[in-house]
Ligand binder design. Structure first.
Ligand code: NAP
Ligand code: SF4
Length: 677
C-alpha cells in the first residue's frame, strides 16, 4: 500500500478473475451522446480521458435491453449483434487508455418517456405523463432473456462487465416494491415473488457470460418513497444476489420520484455512506457507495472507515477527468471539484440536450473544445475576476497567451463569492479555491483592487481586451426605493447589512430564493450537519419504515425571520428554477414558512413599510427591511470607450448578456473564446 494520503482509495481491488487498479468507479451518467449521430466516437474520447485520468472502473450511461425499456423513443438499446460495433469503439478507446468499463443495462419501466412503457402493474409514475401497461408473464420472461442477451452482447463488444440497474425506481425496483407491484401471480405479493425478476435477470445473465465477467447490481438500499422496501427485504435481496452470481453490489439511493434530495448541492457530502455501511455487516462481496462524494478526502474517509469497498463518482468525473491521477500525485487542490449544481449535466439530460459540466465545459466536448498551443501569443487584458474572467484567463494561458487579470474588488470570484454565503451552497467555497489556485499554477498575473479605465488599458499596450465585468443588480422604479431600509441582494449576501425580523424580498427568481434561504437560516447550515439534515427531511436510519420514510415526520427547521417573497406575475412561484433542483428550493422555503405573494403591484416604500396592491386592494407590509432581487443589468461601461480607442474588445459572461445571469453560460463562453483567440 502506498504512503499517499489516499492510500485506501488508491489500493487495488482483486475480484479474483480481474483486478481493479483502485477503488474509484466512475458512476453511470447518461450524456446524450449515446443518441447523437456520431456520438459514440465522442463518447469514446470522453471515457478514454477518464480512463487516462486513472479511474479504476467506468460504468456507462444506461442502455436499454429492449424497445419498451428505452428511456425515450430514440433512447439507446443494445439487443442485436450488429449494434456492438459502435460500442467496440468505446471499449477499445478505454482499454487503450488503460481503463476498464462496464455497460449499464437499464430498463426504465414506468419511467419510460413514451407510450409503450410497461411495469409490474399499470400504475402511473407521478413524474411521467405516460401510464405503463402491466407486463404479461410472457413479457416478463422475454425481458429476462433480453437482459441476458444485452449482457452477452456487452461481453462481445469488449466490455469488462455490466451493471444491472435495480434502483432509482426503474423496472426492477418497480417489481421489488409494494408501491408499484400489485400483482397476484408469482411476480407479485410476497417479497420472494417481488424479487424474482431481479434474481432471474442476474442468473440468466451470469449463465450467458460465464464466471469471468463483472456483474454489478445496483441495489436500491434506501428507496425514500412510501411503499418502498424495508431494511429486512433489502438484506434478503443482497444475500440472494450474492448467491446468484453478482460480483459487486452498488448502492442505490432514492427513486427519481422521491421528494427528498439525494444529490443536490444542499445534500451533505457523503450523506448516504451510512446505508452502505449497514450492508457491509450483511454480505461479503464488495460494495460500492455513492452520492455526494466529490473530493479524494471524502472518498478516503469513507473507505478508511470501512463503510464501503469502493466509491462511485459520476458528476465529479465530468468536472475533472484527472481526478484520480491528481489525487495520486498528491495534488488534490488542483482538482476542479463538482459543485453538485446539476446545471449542465442532469438538467441537460432532463431537457434531452447533451450533458456537460458547468465548471468544465470540455466534458462531453473532448473532440470539439480544445486548448491547443497558440502560434500567435497575444498580450491579453481580462477585466473582471468573476467566473467568466477567471475561466478565460486559465484557458487562454494554457494556450500560451500572456494574460493579466484585473479585478476592481479585493477578492476574485464575482457572483460565486456571493453564492458561497448561501446556506446549502458551501461547495462554491472549494470551487473558488480551485479556480484561484489554478490562476497561480498557470502563472497568470492577477491585479486585485485594480480598477481599469480606457486610459490605463491604452497605456499598457495590450493586444486585445476581454471584458468580463459582470452585472449590477437591476433597481426597480418604485417610489421610495432609496429608503434606508432597502438593500440589494449583493449587499445582503456580502454581509454589509443588519437585517430586521420582518423582511420583504422583491423578486422570486433564483436569487430571490437564495436570499430567502440566507435570511431564514437559523444556526448551522444543515448541509454541513448530517444529523440535522436527516431530521429535516425525515429519514429513518433504521430503514424499518418502508423506504426509510413511510410515516416518518420531517422536522421543519425554525425560521430566523418572517419573510414575504413577492413577484408581479400572477403565476406559480419558482417556475424559473432549474428542473432537477427547483422543487428542493420550493420545499425549503415552505419548511421555513416564507409567505409568498404573487400578482402584486409595488406602490411605494416609506417608514410604514412596503405598500403593495394585491387583487386591487392596497396592503401595507410593515417590514423592517426590503431586499431587491429583481434581476440584473450588464456592467460594460468600458466597452464603448475601448472600442473608440481602437482596442479590440470581447464581451463575455454577464457583461455580454445579463438576461439569464448564469455561470454555466459564462464559463462556456469564456472557454469557447479562449480556444480561438
Ligand atoms: P430572475 O430569475 O430573472 O428573476 C428576477 C425576478 O425579479 C423575477 O421574479 C421577476 O418577477 C422580478 N422582476 C424582474 N424585473 C422586475 C422589475 N423591473 N421590477 C420588479 N420586479 C422585477 O433573476 P435572478 O433571481 O436575479 O436570477 C438570475 C439568474 O441567476 C437565474 O436565471 C439563474 O440562472 C441564476 N440563479 C439561479 C439560482 C437557482 O436556481 N437556485 C440561484 C441563483 C441564481 P416579476 O417580473 O413577476 O416581478
Ligand atoms: Fe457537477 Fe454541476 Fe458539473 Fe454537473 S454541471 S458535473 S453538478 S459541477
Amino acid at each position: 500500500m502506498s504512503t499517499s494520503p489516499y492510500s485506501h482509495m488508491l489500493s487495488p481491488l482483486d475480484l479474483g478473475f480481474t483486478t481493479l487498479k483502485n477503488r474509484v468507479i466512475m458512476g453511470s451518467m447518461h450524456t446524450g451522446l449515446e443518441e447523437e449521430k456520431g456520438g459514440f466516437e465522442k463518447l469514446a474520447a470522453f471515457y478514454a480521458e477518464r480512463a487516462h485520468g486513472g479511474v479504476g472502473l467506468i460504468v456507462t450511461g444506461g442502455i436499454a435491453p429492449n424497445f419498451r425499456g428505452r428511456i425515450s423513443p430514440h433512447g439507446s438499446q443494445l439487443s442485436f449483434s450488429w449494434q456492438t460495433g459502435k460500442h467496440k469503439i468505446v471499449t477499445d478507446a478505454v482499454h487503450q487508455a488503460g481503463g476498464k468499463i462496464c455497460l449499464q443495462i437499464l430498463h426504465t419501466g414506468r419511467y419510460a418517456y413514451h407510450p409503450f412503457s410497461v411495469s409490474a402493474s399499470n400504475i402511473k409514475a407521478p413524474i411521467n405523463p405516460f401510464k405503463p401497461r402491466q407486463m404479461s408473464e410472457r413479457q416478463i420472461k422475454k425481458t429476462i432473456k433480453d437482459f441476458s442477451t444485452t449482457c452477452y452482447l456487452a461481453q462481445k463488444a469488449g466490455y469488462d462487465g455490466v451493471e444491472i440497474m435495480g434502483s432509482e425506481g426503474y423496472l426492477i425496483n418497480q417489481f421489488l416494491c409494494q408501491r408499484t407491484n400489485k400483482r397476484q401471480d408469482k411476480w407479485g405479493g410476497s417479497y420472494e415473488n417481488r424479487m424474482r425478476l431481479a434474481l432471474e435477470i442476474v442468473k440468466a445473465s451470469r449463465k450467458k457470460v460465464g464466471t469471468d465477467f463483472i456483474i454489478i447490481f445496483r441495489l436500491s438500499m434506501l428507496d425514500l418513497v412510501e411503499g418502498g422496501s424495508n431494511w429486512d427485504e433489502v438484506v434478503i435481496l443482497a444475500k440472494e444476489l450474492e448467491l446468484a452470481g453478482v460480483t459487486i453490489i452498488n448502492t442505490g439511493i432514492g427513486w427519481h420520484e422521491a421528494r427528498i434530495p439525494t444529490i443536490a448541492t444542499s445534500v451533505p457530502r457523503a450523506a448516504f455512506s451510512w446505508v452502505t455501511a449497514k450492508m457491509k455487516k450483511e454480505v461479503s462481496l464488495p460494495l460500492i457507495t455513492t452520492n455526494r462524494i466529490n473530493t479524494p478526502e471524502v472518498a478516503e474517509e469513507i473507505l478508511k472507515r470501512g463503510d464501503a469497498d469502493m466509491v462511485s463518482m459520476a458528476r465529479p468525473m465530468l468536472a475533472d477527468a484527472d481526478f484520480v491521477n491528481k489525487a495520486a500525485r498528491n495534488e488534490a487542490d488542483s482538482i476542479n471539484i463538482c459543485i453538485a449544481c446539476n446545471q449542465a449535466c442532469l438538467d441537460h439530460v432532463f431537457k434531452q440536450k447533451r450533458a456537460s459540466c458547468l465548471v468544465n465545459p470540455r466534458a462531453c466536448y473532448e473532440t470539439e473544445l480544445n486548448f491547443e498551443s497558440t502560434i500567435n501569443a497575444k498580450k491579453l487584458a481580462v477585466i473582471g475576476g468573476g467566473m467568466a474572467g477567471m475561466s478565460f484567463s486559465i484557458y487562454a494561458a494554457q494556450r500560451g497567451h500572456d494574460v493579466t487579470l484585473f479585478e476592481a474588488n479585493s477578492e476574485l470570484g464575482g457572483q460565486f463569492n456571493l453564492a458561497k454565503n448561501v446556506p446549502g451552497k458551501e461547495e462554491f467555497i472549494d470551487s473558488l479555491k480551485y479556480f484561484r489556485s489554478e490562476l497561480i499554477r498557470q502563472n497568470i498575473k492577477v491585479e486585485l483592487n485594480s480598477y481599469q479605465s480606457v486610459d490605463s488599458i491604452k497605456q499598457s499596450g495590450f493586444d486585445e481586451v476581454v471584458l468580463a465585468t459582470g452585472v449590477v443588480p437591476r433597481i426597480p422604479e418604485i417610489e421610495g426605493i432609496d429608503h434606508p431600509m432597502v438593500f440589494n441582494y449583493q449587499q445582503v449576501l456580502r454581509g454589509d447589512t443588519k437585517m430586521g425580523q420582518r423582511v420583504a424580498v422583491l423578486g422570486a427568481g433564483g436569487i430571490g430564493y437564495d436570499i430567502c434561504e440566507f435570511l431564514t437560516e437559523k444556526g448551522q447550515s444543515h448541509t454541513v450537519n448530517l444529523e440535522l439534515w436527516i431530521k429535516e427531511w425525515g429519514i429513518d436510519t433504521t430503514i424499518e419504515h418502508r423506504g426509510g420514510v413511510d410515516g416518518v415526520q420531517q422536522e421543519n427547521p425554525a425560521s430566523a425571520r418572517q419573510i414575504f417573497m413577492l413577484q408581479r406575475k400572477d403565476a406559480r412561484f419558482g417556475r424559473s428554477l432549474q428542473p432537477t433542483t427547483g422543487w428542493i428550493h420550493r420545499a425549503a422555503l415552505k419548511k421555513r414558512t416564507v409567505d409568498m405573494i404573487a400578482g402584486v403591484e409595488y406602490i411605494k416604500i416609506d417608514d410604514q413599510g412596503l405598500h403593495i396592491s394585491e387583487d386591487g386592494q392596497i396592503r401595507i407590509l410593515a417590514v423592517d427591511n426590503i431586499v431587491i432581487c429583481t434581476g440584473q443589468q450588464s456592467q460594460k461601461e468600458l466597452n464603448d470607450g475601448l472600442e473608440q480607442a481602437g482596442i479590440k474588445v470581447h464581451l463575455i459572461g454577464g457583461a455580454d448578456y445579463a438576461g439569464e445571469l448564469d455561470a454555466k453560460r459564462a464559463i462556456r463562453q469564456a472557454a469557447n473564446l479562449a480556444a480561438i483567440i
